[in-house]
Write a new protein. Sequence first.
Length: 311
Amino acid sequence: MDFRSGWPPPVLDPAGPFAGPLTTVAWVLFVMGLAVFLIVVAVLGVALFGPPRFRRSLQTERLVWIGGIAFPVVVLSALLVYGLATTARLSDAADEGEMRVRVTGEMWWWRVAYLDTEGREAIQDANEVHIPTGQPVVIELESADVIHSLWIPRLGGKTDMIPGRRNFMRIQADTPGVYTGQCAEYCGGPHALMGLVVIAHTPEDYDVWRARQAQPAPLSSLPGAQTFTAAGCGACHTIRGTSANGLAGPDLTHVGSRRTLGAGILPNNQGTMAGWISDSQAIKPGNRMPSYPVMTGQELQDISAYLESLK
């Protein structure tokens, strides 16, 4: 059994008001597609097996104009207008006072930043998004390299992330819980292993979480802190409150509080952390995290214990 709650995601089970219209549009398309399919099958059956009089009636130019041109144009145009009208609000930029989170797709993980009222990055995170229940959250979508696409089926629709462009996605969770997401546009390499987790808290719990995340990492006397620095991990990762200030990889200031590792593919605990550091390429081939087979078992245990302590 996969450790992630609700996986594979129930794509037709909306958990918020912005996923609901998309589910409705999906059902309308399913029903219309089935109706058109049945009409075509019925006409084909008449053309092949019907009485000669009915078969001859299918050969008229008028029927070709009606069934081959007018009918598809009317049906597809109606569906297009309905779909655009139903989903028009789902990709608008944030209104004043709405919560904003910037998610940047990278090969093959998600850089997450919580924005303040001025649009500045206030908190850095990775591979998971925390939101309060009962209120809309606007996700600003960007890409640092190639085209990605974020899809959180129970909270919002698939929205592309295009280099040089900023798109928007609105999500809202009505009840606390864990909602899984996935990159839905092939981006090379371990694309299928590029997952994301959305955790919805009650507003009170969210405020507590955000206040904790805004704090720098506490000073640590664990031997893993020194090993982390000596191994050069700070060249790629940031741990606020320490000398580690790398920007190439995920911010690790509070990595111990995250639910997953490797962009949603492993549960986050000391054992999986040690395995990821030792040989991430065996777990997620092609990812940008190099393996460290030269580290001893004790060094791996020390670093993973230190990172687990960063709550």
